[in-house]
Design a binder for this molecule. Structure first.
Ligand code: SF4
Length: 246
């Protein structure tokens, strides 16, 4: 096994370890009772993870009174390799007191260029979901990603990158403290719900993140490729609207 594979396995081990350290996932079908699920195995690729060479040392979690303080904390972040290829850090934007917060995966090319979350084609679709579908104003919700910098070529986030970046999002969620979180796509939903289940199984099953209700759904970029899945997302958004009104 070469060094690169070993490094990748070690990073994945640290990521899965960090997920489990956040607590057992709480997932329930829509409309059902929320049950504490048993910790899940990470699948066949998890076998070598028992030999994780290093433990995750939690980053100190200072109190941040507002989003500006979190942005200052991020600074000109160099904590992961994405710092070397990004144009802009994409902090996320919207109402700092939003009742509804969307969490995506990572900035794309348009977002990297403008320094704003969800401004490309997928972002336009998300705007349509919010404004035409849910009849809300985009500026009244908050939209952010797990990663604040664009992975080159829009590749998937690496576990180490999520490990380095997720404390920023965690503090954003803590500060905004929305009533409902909507996870957009696999990486966001898995992180919010602390599970490695595939998005096809997670979608539409309510969970919680630090006591906040979470609706996992498909990423708008997936909807652009699979328009027939829009009806599933609409079903999820109807549940979210009910929760917001409750
Ligand atoms: S992705 Fe996050 S951790 Fe990595 S450089 Fe950007 S802000 Fe820092």
């Amino acid at each position: 096994m070469d060094d690169e594979i070993l490094r990748d396995l070690a990073a994945r081990a640290r990521y899965f370890e960090s997920l489990s350290s956040l607590g057992a996932p709480r997932i329930a079908p829509v409309g059902g009772e929320i049950a504490v699920a048993a910790p899940r195995a990470a699948g066949p690729s998890s076998a070598p993870m028992a030999a994780a060479p290093t433990a995750v040392v939690p980053r100190p979690a200072p109190a941040y009174p507002n989003l500006e303080a979190i942005r200052e904390w991020i600074g000109d972040c160099q904590r992961c390799q994405l710092a070397g290829t990004r144009k802009n850090i994409v902090f996320g934007q919207g109402n700092p007191n939003a009742q509804l917060m969307f969490v995506g995966e990572a900035p794309g090319a348009d977002e990297d260029e403008q320094g704003l979350a969800f401004v490309g084609r997928a972002g336009q679709l998300l705007t349509d979901i919010i404004e035409k579908g849910m009849k809300l104003r985009r500026e009244d919700v908050f939209i952010a990603n797990i990663l604040k910098c664009r992975p080159p070529g829009n590749r998937n986030p690496e576990p180490d990158e999520i490990l380095q970046c997720h404390p920023f999002l965690e503090k954003q969620i803590e500060t905004i403290h929305p009533k409902v979180l909507v996870g957009l796509g696999k990486f966001s939903c898995q992180w919010l719900l602390k599970t490695m289940e595939p998005i096809t199984k997670l979608r539409g099953r309510m969970g919680t993140f630090n006591g906040i209700q979470v609706m996992p759904t498909y990423h708008p970029a997936y909807l652009l490729r699979n328009p027939s899945a829009k009806k599933d997302v609409w079903e999820d958004m109807k549940v979210v609207l009910t929760l917001l009104q409750g």
